[in-house]
Design a protein around this ligand. Sequence first.
Ligand SMILES: [Ca+2]
Length: 313
Amino acid sequence: FNSSDNSLASFTPAAPSSSTSTSTSSSSSSSSFPASAALLASSSSSSSSSASSPSTPSSSSPTSSSPTASVRPSHCTHFLGSTRCTCDVGFTISGRDNNICTDIDECRLFPLGQPGRLCVHQCVNTPGSFHCFCPVGYDLARDGRSCTDVNECENQRNNCTVNQICVNTNGGFQCVTVECPQMKNATYIKTSPTRCERNPCMLGDKPCTQAPNSISFHFLSVVSNMSAPRVLFRVSAARVLGDTLRFGLAGGRGRGHFSVQRSGRQTGTLLLVTPINGPATLEAEVEMSELEHNTLLGRYLTKVTLFVSPYEF
Ligand SMILES: [Ca+2]
């Protein structure tokens, strides 16, 4: 028997792993509402603000069940022959005699996709205010405008079977089944839920010894349109027996998005080289091979599956 399964390889996910991925967008998660703060500071006097739009009563808005009108009377004081009128917070003066206040549509003032937008996803105007909504799979964050991914794998809100691995993704989750490859020349056994190792080869069975010694499976969850280049994953040899280690990209799927670079004597990194527009699922195979005097000692395969969110959060 040939026992060349002897150099252990360790695998460490780089920054955006499934557990540490940033679920908020790259925009700052300020807890204030800059728009309304700026607006409610001055709603006095005859400022015929461009913001106001006498929209229809709020029955269409999902948050305001009360019949709070989007038009309200102003509060006026008379002093030494002049009149000063103010509005409730979130309203602005309108009407001929400054006697009417209309709701400020914050969502229209700061629409989606623009800097300073109020909500990372959906904004719904309400009389005097506004409300942010998140897509299914997210909770509204404490700041009231960002969306936080729900971890379905943690809170039992998944339907994965005992033989599957639950992978939390941004906006959802995946039940993945890890199966060892069926190869003509070699057989594999599952040594952990995410790892297959080759059974020992018969002495002199070259096709068997050239098959990968181990295949590891990793799953990463990332947001859509992440900037690139960026390190996704690192593959390291825990100890090296040969005189040379080589790292490379194996397999064809996902080519064009990935690249493998050496980042140390015993470490290779999987890089994302072009941004990915989600939703998408991509796979990359990182191969590490160990050589001694140009003779192959072992091959170690790491299959990385990348789940890309439909959103940028
Ligand atoms: Ca999730």
